[in-house]
Design a protein around this ligand. Sequence first.
Ligand code: 9MR
Length: 379
Amino acid sequence: MNQLCPLLATVLIATGCTQSSADSSLPSLADLYTESFKIGVALNPGEIAGDEPTAAELIAGQFNAYTAENDMKWERIEPTEGNFDFNVADAFVALGEKNDAFMVGHTLLWHSQTPDWVFEDENGDPASREIVLARLKHHIEAVVGRYQGRIHSWDVVNEAFNEDGTWRDSPWLRTIGPDYIARAFEFAHAADPEAALYYNDYNLFKADKRDAVVALVQSLQTEGRRIDGVGIQGHYGIGYPPMEELEASITAFGNLGVKVMITELDISVLPFPSTAQQGADISLDLELQAELNPYIDGVPADVSAALADAYRGLFELFLKHADVLDRVTLWNLTDASTWRNNWPMRGRTDHPVLFDRQNQPKDAYWALVNLKIYHDREN
Ligand code: 9MR
């Protein structure tokens, strides 16, 4: 990690620090926030391989928790039954060990990115509960077992609920039934008794979804199952979500005695087609509309400032709840690698994270540096 130079900190405060500088001279967000919560990042295969030296420097210097963006999902790691591809996942774990990072496994069970064979019998008909449960157990034993003690935490189940708090109609629910979540947590705990286990979802600021997750955590706790935390994904936009609703969810989950993680933070600067399409529903694939893609050549200063304000507002809330917040993970390193360039429509130019397309720190990055320096002075 880079050490924060006190002289630099003074200069940053004095200037408002909106200019970019060489990566090696940047203060480390991970170091700045270390007493409050971890600062994580999601990595793609090129970033894991260290293809770009300046990106590798940011990953090592700015972040102390890593999530593989896609390479531990079922379709990547067990594309056909019993045939595992651990190549990228192994490299991911090796990078984490080299940089002494807290490692997050993402994700053991999701309705998306899971191959059809998991849910089908030899005739292509829906497989029985017993078969699908056995496949789930085998998958979790193989993946969690391989990285026992090296992946420190798992997003065990991802996105099991609808916006209104009802259960998502997924092949997991249809084939196994509603105890599929408890079984996944049971299998993960058996495969690595030391690993922290999380439930992870988007739009958890919404009251109905919040209540569903509270009920889930309570039912796992009543059964005596290990659950360590709730991951609030955090795919947001300027002016969204309502802070008081997000705060109510952080408080509600914290009151259950589990940790809270912001697991997938990004803030789109682009207009949403409609509020019904906020969140991260992976099935959305709208037609590209030029009027919804206004910043192809970069963002104007007022938009950059608005993004910085949005990050500052969120982190003020996160610092207020640092007692229950364990980690804040940015979903992607730079604006070049963000998934939001292709969601909810493909081919847009978004600018939702802390580093730009040249790996340079943005106003939003400096806002978070300054916020923590001021916060520490006042507390
Ligand atoms: O960022 C990921 C993107 O590259 C993938 O195409 C997509 C489908 O696998 O998943 C994205 O990550 C999702 C995460 O795994 C779960 N929460 C929502 C994220 C954004 O869709």
